[in-house]
Design a protein around this ligand. Structure first.
Ligand code: DP6
Length: 359
């Protein structure tokens, strides 16, 4: 798949993209390149891109050089210098690739509430990469865009593709410092650690039903957490197990087998949270409501409902089931006192360029 850049005419220099967030079945937790900001993961991860949780972003590059700094507005709020820094760093990558000094105006809207347990960094950096590159006229295929998006946010590399997606760790474990330095000049487009589609969004009508139990902002971001994973004595045990889990998840998705997928996605979510809890300092994302939902899911399953859970770096619980089970799971969730809100999404497409802009 190539992302067409045709809507960014040379006089306009503005483009708008919409990208879906994603939910990982095998998680990305921990980076191999601590301190280097390349977001090379410790292990491959597998996710489903979401149709109903997406970010729309317009990027306009200022060729007149009148704009003194980049400006970033997310969900109607203009970001101050420090919170905008991660986005400015990503705009720097795009500027470096195009060899231009222009500042940019970025406006971005999520169709889901922040702090909902849906990763806005995944859809946000995917949409920013696609719109920013298109508006500069950069002709990059989805694999290169995935490599670029990864450097903004690891999970964004997966949102460059629709349906069911695997992000390959890619960067050889035994790679020498010398080999690494050789590749440094082309690091922005180094495609060793990128995502690829394993099945498109029509392949399997799965649902991600998000039980929101707390809207409180997280105290430690995922970015900070990735750098702590190596301090947990359980980290090596998790990454060791992930090899077999990946094989099972690939098989389960290919065969559309929820009873094969479910236990593995729960095992990795629990393993990742065990690593988080035993990091130094410890990261405890769960709230009482998290446990209430986990116990309920186990009881519902015993009662014959094929539904399984996964949890990202936050307290909210993602329930994974097939489309035919979704209404029943939603009803049951609404009856739990801890659940404040329920959001449902199926598998969705990769990023699109839109003809209409946000400004
Ligand atoms: C728990 O991609 O948000 O959701 O690369 O620092 O932006 P950065 O981290 P991020 O980490 C996602 C962690 C996770 C698991 C996953 O989505 O694989």
């Amino acid at each position: 798949m190539t992302i067409e850049c045709a809507t960014a005419s040379s006089s306009e220099r503005k483009a708008t993209s919409r990208a879906g967030s994603n939910i990982a079945f095998i998680k990305y937790w921990g980076v191999a390149d601590a301190g280097e900001d390349l977001n090379i993961p410790l292990n491959n991860s597998i996710s489903m891109t979401l149709a109903d949780a997406h970010t729309t972003t317009t990027v306009a590059w200022d060729h007149s050089a009148r704009l003194p700094t980049d400006t970033v507005v997310i969900d109607g709020v203009q970001l101050k210098r420090a919170p905008a820094q991660r986005i400015v760093a990503h705009l720097d990558r795009l500027r470096a690739l195009a060899g231009v000094p222009y500042k940019a105006r970025v406006v971005s809207n999520n169709n889901f509430p922040m702090a909902s347990g849906i990763a806005s960094s995944a859809s946000g950096f995917a949409a920013l990469t696609v719109a920013g590159a298109a508006a500069l006229g950069l002709q990059l295929d989805a694999t290169r865009l995935s490599a670029l998006a990864r450097q903004g946010s690891g999970s964004a590399s997966r949102s460059l593709f629709g349906g069911f997606v695997e992000w390959e760790r890619g960067w050889g474990e035994g790679e020498s410092e010398e080999e690494r330095r050789e590749n440094e000049s082309s690091v922005l487009l180094d495609t060793r650690s990128v995502a690829r589609q394993i099945h498109d969004e029509e392949h399997w009508a799965l649902r991600d039903i998000i039980a929101i139990v707390s809207a409180a902002a997280k105290r430690v971001s995922s970015s900070g957490g990735h750098r702590l994973a190596a301090t947990s004595p359980f980290n090596a045990a998790r990454t060791h197990s992930v090899g077999d889990w990946l094989k099972t998840v690939r098989r389960a998705i290919a065969a559309r087998d929820i009873s094969l997928l479910g236990p593995v996605l729960e095992a990795d979510a629990l393993a990742m949270h065990a690593v988080m809890m035993t990091s130094s300092p410890s990261l405890l994302y769960w709230q009482p409501g998290t446990l209430e939902v986990l116990h309920a899911v186990c009881a519902w399953r015993e009662a014959g409902v094929p539904v399984y859970f996964t949890i990202d770096a936050g307290p909210n619980v993602h329930l994974i089931c097939e489309a035919e089970t979704a209404a029943e799971v939603e009803d049951r969730l609404h009856s739990l006192p801890a659940v404040r809100r329920v959001l449902t999404s199926g598998p969705g497409p990769g990023p699109q360029l839109l003809a209409g802009h946000l400004f």
